[in-house]
Design a protein around this ligand. Structure first.
Ligand code: ADP
Length: 193
């Protein structure tokens, strides 16, 4: 059976990680966060982690091929799953093209892209609040601003990319975790069947 692959799209702080986690449990899919994968590589102190850290700590995106290679490598080592919920990947049009097999040897077919729409003031507010709790090295105010800037310049154009493919669904990300979960769940249920 072909795997069902969902992408959660949205700004840092849009709640895509929170939703991806609970949706993965509900639909029995593997939750894959490239931010988490990078942080694991960094913690293990290997060369990939060291390279990734040099980008992450200044709020930059990691290089596209580094990211997509790490992702495919991780997927080949996953036990058999029904599908995946990707959180934080793709993050650039070039990454989306690589997943589509454009200029890349492997195709990763996507079936549904959910965009959590949250306004910029709320994003900043949430990330500053999260920084107080999580103590991440990339959560200082200047770096947060850089990440938001990168999101608008590099990731937001993906909405168009997937809109044109007819697999984008827009969800208002300003509601409660429960309400958003209900809305996204019904979208997934309708598509997954
Ligand atoms: P957030 O959702 O708050 O931006 P993440 O944990 O998803 O945080 O990612 C943290 C950092 O990891 C990003 O700022 C970026 O440097 C790097 N990263 C994660 N995913 C990608 C990706 N797909 N492409 C490039 N860099 C990535």
């Amino acid at each position: 059976m072909e795997k069902f692959n969902i992408v959660m799209l949205g700004a840092p702080g849009s709640g895509k990680g929170t939703q991806a986690k609970i949706l993965a449990e509900k639909f029995n899919l593997a939750h894959i966060s490239t931010g988490d994968l990078f942080r694991k590589q960094i913690a293990s102190g290997n060369a990939l982690g060291q390279e990734a850290k040099s980008y992450i700590d200044r709020g930059a995106l990691c290089p596209d091929s580094l990211t997509i290679n790490m992702l495919h490598d991780f997927l080949t080592r996953l036990p058999d799953v029904k599908g995946h919920i990707f959180d934080g990947v793709p993050r650039t049009v070039q990454q989306a093209q690589m997943l589509d097999g454009i200029g890349y040897p492997t195709v990763l077919p996507l079936h549904l892209v959910i965009n959590l729409d949250v306004n910029p003031d709320e994003i900043m507010r949430r990330l500053v609040k999260r920084a107080e709790i999580e103590d991440r090295s990339d959560d200082t105010p200047a770096i947060i601003e850089k990440r938001i800037e990168n999101y608008f310049a590099q990731t937001k154009p993906l909405e168009n990319y997937y809109e044109e493919k007819g697999i984008l669904r827009q969800v208002n990300g300003m509601g409660s975790v429960e309400d958003i979960f209900e809305e996204v769940s019904s979208i997934i249920s309708a598509e997954m069947k």
